[in-house]
Ligand binder design. Structure first.
Ligand SMILES: Nc1ncnc2c1ncn2[C@@H]1O[C@H](COP(=O)(O)OP(=O)(O)OP(=O)(O)O)[C@@H](O)[C@H]1O
Length: 577
């Protein structure tokens, strides 16, 4: 565990100093107790021998002073170290997470990441600095006491030596059970975190069903499961904990019985007996505290495993001599096959998108449209075949270069809780006012900004809540203009937009496509977008069923013509008033 903990920290120097400090404290404590023996031998006699006792008393006094001085500085040093180590670990984690493939960030993993960065990283650092030291003391003091006892009376040292492994065996068993219980509890806590996020997001649906406060069965189930696992863990660890405490108590009684026996038969002097009893107390007391620490130490071990499991997630493979520039922004799928684990998503997909063109992806739900856009941005690597951008396999392209070329406009755009201007500037922090305004005009965002009370300085709220879905998409399209992205991957809003937003977004997409250097791929849900696309890729079951211009495909009357008719049909519906 200690080795694992050290490996987590890029700069473990602080941890090394802290550990050394506590090792010194533990050994010093054992030796100070040992110095009682010559002192008591010299003083507990009819005529005390002060000449022999004085050097030991002086050495013991200095030792006590040093011990307390170190003890006093150890506490603040421990807390400061805990803060530094937590910050160091969190930075380390975030740096690593930033290198993971974007496809890694599923809902469950985001919940796990959030708990690991906040709770687990904090615990690992806090425990290392505050619970590690008593654990060192609890182990090293009894070992030092045994060594000192050997010098005084080998028979009682043997009694200690017999107790020690039995106590550690009992402790290990209790530890294993506590650790399993803690792991189960953490799984349940992650489940609660995930369900809590879901519960928040699903509030509109739950409230519409009239069950906003109590409605999530999954949430209730997660809470009940957490409680059950906690109680089960308590019940399971009760017996091993009692066994360990029993071993320590029996050990103490054994030392008393043997000590009294040796005293009565005259093989142990009174001063030695008194000193050995003090040593016995200091031998058994830290062992007793170990069981209390045990749960915490195992929680620490599990927290270390959780941090490690994220740190060991392989980063996106990165080539040393990766290509850092592409001439043009063409996109080519060459016999691409891809699965999410066991779920096949794309099979032998091939098509080409040239700069200056817009390609619409159409197909029924689950046909693989989103996956195509994810593979262009290298959220995942393909199983076979190749995705090329500007003629270069995306695996050979520097990832930052690739993402620098791409703007992604999701269906549900996330905006940061700041002003519209700051949200746009994310795409290019040094953009001039003219550039910002030109991007807003091209995305038809200018008219939205004019309507807002504080114009460019309007706060958009958490996630962009002050704006409608269509308006948020316009912000995202404006970012694509500002970034001068040569590739735009756009997932048109599937749900109905009001006519104003629908018209504005169609025009914004047409504006994007006007740049002869830009390649646009749009997951199209509206006939207007399909009509303006240069090419259509019709997918079904992860395969390309048709590829060609919309006019040609309508004429051939295949998958695309069928979908187009469905879209048109859906559009002609209206609610009678
Ligand atoms: N993260 C994921 N993990 C596992 N399977 C996934 C994941 N994302 C998509 N899939 C599966 O891959 C297949 C293709 O999904 P994809 O999202 O690409 O389809 P789509 O055409 O975009 O669907 P929709 O129009 O409903 O968004 C589906 O069977 C889907 O269930």
């Amino acid at each position: 565990m200690i080795r694992h903990m050290y490996r987590l920290y890029p700069h473990p120097g602080l941890l090394v100093r802290l550990t050394v400090l506590h090792v010194v404290l533990a050994v010093l404590q054992g030796l100070l107790l040992g110095s009682l023996v010559p002192i008591l031998r010299a003083l507990l006699r009819p005529e005390p021998d002060f000449a022999t006792a004085t050097p030991w008393l002086v050495a013991g006094g200095i030792g006590v002073l040093v011990y307390w001085a170190l003890k006093v500085i150890a506490t603040p040093v421990g807390f400061a170290a805990s803060m530094h180590l937590a910050a160091q670990l969190r930075h380390h984690l975030m740096r690593h997470v930033a290198t993971l493939p974007l496809g890694w960030f599923t809902g469950d993993r985001k919940a796990r990441l959030s708990r690991t960065v906040t709770t687990s990283a904090g615990n690992v650092a806090h425990l290392a600095a505050t619970f590690g030291p008593p654990a060192i003391t609890g182990t090293l003091v009894p070992i030092t006491v045994v060594a000192v006892t050997f010098v005084v009376d080998w028979r009682l040292a043997l009694v200690f030596l017999i107790i020690l492994p039995i106590a550690f065996l009992a402790l290990r068993r209790a530890g294993r059970i506590t650790s399993e219980a803690d792991r189960e509890l953490e799984e349940a806590a992650v489940e609660i975190a995930g369900r809590a996020i879901e519960f928040g997001q699903a509030q509109p649906v739950l409230r519409a069903a009239g069950v906003g406060a109590t409605g999530s069965a999954r949430m209730r189930h997660a809470l009940d499961d957490h409680r059950d696992r906690y109680l089960r863990g308590l019940r399971r660890s009760l017996f091993p904990d009692l066994t360990y405490t029993g071993v320590v108590m029996v050990g103490f009684v054994a030392v008393l019985v043997f000590g009294a026996q040796f005293l009565l038969n005259g093989s142990l002097a009174v001063p030695d007996t008194v000193a050995l009893l003090v040593l016995a107390v200091r031998f058994l007391e830290p062992l007793g505290t170990l069981t209390e620490l045990l749960g915490t130490l195992h929680a620490m071990d599990n927290a270390i495993s959780r941090v490690e499991s994220i740190l060991h997630t392989p980063a996106l493979p990165h080539k040393k001599n990766a290509v850092r520039r592409i001439e043009e922004a063409s996109i080519e799928f060459d016999d691409v096959t891809f699965s999410y684990g066991d779920t096949p998503a794309l099979s032998n997909v091939s098509f080409v998108c040239r700069p200056g063109t817009t390609t619409a992806l159409v197909g029924p739900s689950g046909s693989g449209k989103t996956t195509v856009t994810r593979l262009v941005a290298r959220f995942f690597d393909v199983d076979s075949g190749s995705v090329r951008v500007g003629g270069v396999d995306v695996r050979d392209l520097d990832h930052a270069t690739l993402l620098g070329e791409i703007a992604i406009v999701f269906q549900d755009v996330y905006l940061f809780d700041t002003t519209i201007e700051e949200n746009l500037r994310l795409a290019r922090p040094d953009a001039t006012r003219e550039e910002l305004e030109a991007a807003a005009r091209a995305a038809r965002l200018d008219e939205v900004i004019e309507r807002l009370p504080d114009g460019w300085d309007t706060q958009v709220g958490e996630g962009g809540a002050q704006l409608s879905g269509g308006e948020r998409q316009r912000v995202s399209i404006a970012r694509a203009f500002l970034k001068r992205a040569r590739i735009v991957l756009l997932d048109e809003a599937g749900s109905a937009l009001d006519p104003e937003n629908e018209g504005a977004i169609s025009e914004a997409i047409a504006n994007l496509a006007r740049d002869p250097e830009r390649t646009v791929i749009v997951i199209a849900h509206r006939p207007a977008t399909l009509a303006t696309a240069d090419f259509v890729v019709a997918l079904d079951g992860g395969r390309v069923m048709e590829f060609g211009s919309p006019v040609d495909l309508l004429r051939t009357g295949g998958t695309f013509a069928r979908l187009h008719n469905q879209y048109e049909h859906a559009r002609s519906w209206h609610i009678a008033t």
